[in-house]
Write a protein that binds this ligand. Structure first.
Ligand code: BTN
Length: 247
């Protein structure tokens, strides 16, 4: 693993954004023991107790991937994290809360923040930021739904070992995507779908400010979630349009 380890950075994603990507090898990992201004999805901040968790970014160069298929990268990375975290929690099922939060039960164990650069019609560089709760056992009240590996398994883990396992697993899924791209990646589509939290279960959601009951039935090729409401209507929605009320 090409690993650059820092004691403290504002944000590993932000650090990567400043690098000249011609000089950075694919699969380079930038990891920080502490982030002073970690970035989460939708402009939120990412909380992680220094030295207890993993906060890192991987540099990928998915030049094979057309921009309109960028959601496939989200699927590959999410599945890689499920593969990497799963062995630490043998008695639980690790799931993906659409689009790319990693959940154990009704709690979030890992967040992913991907930022893509485009060249022509395809992606050129992806910075894949990953925040994985490992040994932290107390979280501030404002963090929504957190859980760590230790809280579930009762065991302290070596951050170095978990990092290697998780990075290897994400790399494997990415290579599966890259090498299968021209022959078909239906298998990965299916696996992603089967791992979705609340798939096939009627649950409450807020959709355009209205509370509804609906069942997740699929994800389309743009990564939009497909649900059937309790009155039988099919809705297709993007992240901003839907809030999960069941977690
Ligand atoms: C989310 O909100 O679920 C996404 C969280 C992503 C956090 C990681 S920690 C490493 C990388 N650097 C950041 O500033 N954010 C991501």
């Amino acid at each position: 693993m090409d690993l650059c380890m820092f004691d403290s950075l504002e944000s590993t994603n932000k650090y990567c954004e400043l690098l000249d990507m011609n000089e950075v090898k694919e699969f380079t990992v930038i990891c920080a023991r502490e982030q002073t201004a970690g970035i989460g999805q939708r402009g939120n901040c990412w909380h992680a107790e220094a030295g207890s968790n993993l906060t890192f970014s991987m540099v990928l160069k998915p030049e094979f991937l057309p921009v309109e298929n960028q959601y496939m990268l989200t699927k590959a990375v999410s599945l890689g994290l499920v593969d990497g975290i799963g062995p630490y929690l043998p008695n639980t099922t690790v799931r993906i809360k659409w689009p790319n939060d990693i959940y154990v039960g009704n709690k979030k164990i890992c967040g992913i923040l991907i930022s893509n650069k485009v060249k022509g019609t395809n992606l050129s560089v992806s910075i894949v930021g990953i925040g994985l709760n490992v040994n932290q056992t107390v979280f501030p009240d404002w963090v929504p739904n957190p859980v760590s590996i230790k809280q579930v398994s009762g065991r302290d883990e070596s951050l170095e070992v978990v990092l290697k396992r998780v990075v290897d697993a994400v790399e494997l899924r990415y290579i599966q995507l890259r090498d299968g791209w021209f022959s078909g990646v239906e298998e990965m589509d299916k696996e992603y779908l089967s791992r979705l939290l609340f798939l096939g279960r009627e649950m409450p959601y807020k959709y355009h400010e209205k509370e509804i009951k609906a069942t997740i039935v699929g994800v389309n090729r743009f990564g939009h979630l497909e649900l059937v409401t309790d009155s039988g209507d099919t809705i297709t929605c993007q992240l901003k349009e839907l809030k999960f009320l069941g977690v």
